[in-house]
Design a binder for this molecule. Structure first.
Ligand SMILES: CC(C)(COP(=O)(O)OP(=O)(O)OC[C@H]1O[C@@H](n2cnc3c(N)ncnc32)[C@H](O)[C@@H]1OP(=O)(O)O)[C@@H](O)C(=O)NCCC(=O)NCCS
Length: 175
């Protein structure tokens, strides 16, 4: 079985971070769970921002502290996915965004990586003192819904997010 590693990103992954971003841009796809990657063309800038988000002292105002993980295939050091854990919920996150955002690069989808990645993050959430996590997905995102359900997500409600004009399904996973 292939070995997969959930880890924090560092500069040794600069080229992988760049290619992950480019694949999403080429695909016109949503870069969920990647912090400021859409905006940050330079991986060094992105890594710096990830660091700022991780620390209460430096997180931008209106944001909560968050930990960024990458999901790496050991055999070729490919970043197949990214997942971000928000340490607490502010008003926006509690209504819409939830504790966790994630994505898998288009060329690596439908191999079970999202399900694994979410599962491997849950002990970390528990270690932060959470006893349950909120995860949400757009109501038309079948893959994300299945990812959440496979990890024990229990449906709470569907809410309309007016800025992006989307319906979001909210699920709770007990830790
Ligand atoms: C959602 C996403 C992370 C899923 O990643 P993935 O690695 O392909 O997901 P998995 O392979 O773990 O599959 C999870 C489940 O969804 C199913 N699935 C995956 N892609 C699917 C698709 N396009 N259509 C229908 N079902 C799909 C899988 O068969 C699996 O179902 P199962 O539990 O019955 O086996 C990925 O599509 C993605 O990055 N999308 C863009 C960003 C995004 O939407 N993030 C989620 C925000 S809430």
């Amino acid at each position: 079985m292939e070995k997969m590693i959930l880890m924090k990103p560092d500069a040794s992954f600069a080229e992988e971070i760049r290619s992950y971003r480019e694949e999403f841009l080429k695909n016109g796809d949503s870069m969920d769970g990647t912090a400021s990657l859409r905006r940050d063309e330079d991986p060094v800038v992105w890594l710096k921002n990830v660091e700022l988000y991780a620390d209460k002292e430096t997180v931008p105002s209106n944001f909560v502290c968050a930990t960024q993980f990458i999901y790496v295939r050991e055999a070729d050091h490919r970043i197949v996915g990214m997942i971000q854990i928000r340490h607490e919920l502010n008003e926006y996150l509690s209504q819409y965004g939830g504790h966790i955002g994630y994505s898998v690069r288009p060329s690596e989808r439908r191999k079970g990586y999202a399900k694994q990645m979410l599962q491997k993050c849950l002990p970390y959430c528990k270690s932060l003192g959470m006893d349950r996590v909120l995860v949400s997905c757009i109501d038309t995102n079948i893959a994300s819904r299945k990812t959440i359900l496979a990890n024990g997500g229990v449906y709470e409600s569907t809410v309309y997010e007016p800025n992006e004009q989307i319906n979001l399904e909210k699920y709770w996973i007990q830790l």
